[in-house]
Design a binder for this molecule. Structure first.
Ligand SMILES: NC(=O)c1ccc[n+]([C@@H]2O[C@H](COP(=O)([O-])OP(=O)(O)OC[C@H]3O[C@@H](n4cnc5c(N)ncnc54)[C@H](O)[C@@H]3O)[C@@H](O)[C@H]2O)c1
Length: 366
């Protein structure tokens, strides 16, 4: 790890698609501890455009991964390429930070962690929304005991998927994406970071539509085959004994029931949408049928706007101080393990015990 406390950590971004814009914005101007050396993409023109707009270098993927001035490769490629790009970076002696999910198989996820440990570099993984002001504040309220002892959690992410607006929605309907890996991942990671690791899971799943139609951009009208479940309902048992219900769907038109709620022995906390960095947080003390009313709670942490890249900022901090990153590969691996087991359980019709575990990442300083 080349970084030290007095120097910015140097970033190379691989993947110049939709999400790269906000990363470039935040990593070039917002977080004071990172310098973006350059960007690369299989589609060279895309990387050149982004490079021009943000005043950074444009490189071939291999050039950037081997670049002597890069400390962290931020991997914003499609999920199926996450492991390959991160492994190349790690083998080149760089730390790697993947967009979610960490990888699309446990085997690839383990390989990343093991190779990084052998090379003495770090692995990190999005989502980093749990570091935002909304979820950090919610965690603090729960840790302070506002709802008493947590007993249950429900996480529902319901919608119709991305084919209407994303210009290239193919990957959303392939293994490694679908509603659980693509968006449910925010809910699973928020739960693991706030309530701790999951011990076992069970589920039922289906894919209601065999293909999807692209709704915007140059590929408008093309059809996309659906090769992964798109409606998944599961139950999670946490190591703490908390019981969770999890529903993720790209098959429904009704989205207003998408929520993350933690139920405690004395009250209930509605958490923010974990695919965002801000609020709101609402608290109910006691029983709503006996006159108790929901109350909005103030956010007590910053980073409430679109702070994608916060996990890279934290990893850069960790490198400078010799600490552990919060959006770590270990957390990303546990989340991958849980999501994989949820899909396996639907196929196998049985509970699946989760082999991995992880410590809750430390809360951010307030
Ligand atoms: N779009 C969003 O709103 C969003 C939000 C949060 C996270 N993400 C995550 O970010 C990642 C990228 O999503 P996106 O929406 O930007 O996708 P995208 O399809 O717009 O961009 C992906 C880019 O990666 C490039 N790429 C693919 N394989 C590559 C390889 N082997 N080497 C180099 N480049 C390669 C593609 O050419 C493309 O430009 C995904 O993991 C996704 O889950 C996306």
């Amino acid at each position: 790890m080349a970084a030290n406390a007095s120097k910015n950590v140097r970033i190379g971004i691989v993947g110049a698609g939709v999400i790269s814009e906000i990363y470039l914005e935040n990593l070039t101007t917002r977080f004071g501890n990172t310098t973006v050396v350059g960007i690369a993409d299989l589609l060279v023109e895309r990387a050149r455009d982004r490079a021009k707009n943000f005043g950074v270098g444009a490189f071939s993927v291999d050039e950037l991964i081997q670049h002597p001035d890069v400390d962290i490769i931020v991997n914003l490629t499609i999920p199926a390429a996450h492991a390959e790009i991160a492994l190349a970076a790690i083998n080149a002696g760089k730390s790697a930070y993947n967009e979610k999910p960490l990888a699309i198989s446990r085997e690839d996820g383990r390989k990343l962690l093991e190779t990084a440990a052998a090379k003495g570099v770090l692995v990190g993984s999005a989502p980093d929304t749990f570091l935002g002001g909304g979820l950090q504040s919610a965690r603090a309220y729960i840790d302070e005991g506002i709802i008493g002892e947590p007993v249950a959690v429900s996480a529902f992410m319901l919608g119709h998927g991305m084919e209407a607006w994303h210009p290239d929605p193919y990957f959303f309907f392939q293994p490694g994406a679908g509603p659980l890996f693509d968006v449910g991942v925010y809910y699973v990671q928020a739960m693991a970071s706030i309530l701790g690791p999951v011990k076992r899971v069970t589920s039922i799943a289906r894919a209601s539509f065999p293909e999807r139609t692209v709704g915007s951009g140059p590929k408008k009208g093309d059809t996309v085959p659906v090769n992964t479940p798109t409606h998944i309902v599961g139950a999670l048992e946490f190591e703490s004994g908390i019981v969770g219900s999890l529903g993720t769907s790209f098959d429904l038109w009704e989205t207003s029931n998408s929520t993350l709620v933690v139920y405690g022995s004395e009250g209930t906390l509605r958490l923010p949408d974990p695919n965002t960095f801000g609020g709101p947080i609402q608290f109910l003390k006691g029983d709503s049928r006996r006159g108790q009313k929901w109350k909005d709670l103030p956010l007590t942490y910053g980073n409430t706007e679109n702070s994608r890249g916060l996990g890279v900022w934290d990893m850069a901090n960790a490198m400078q101080k010799g600490e552990k990153p919060r959006a770590s590969g270990e957390l990303g691996y546990h989340v991958l393990d849980v999501m994989t087991a949820v899909l396996e359980s639907a196929v196998e019709g049985r509970h699946i015990t989760i082999e991995s575990t992880v410590e809750r990442p430390d809360a951010l300083p307030q």
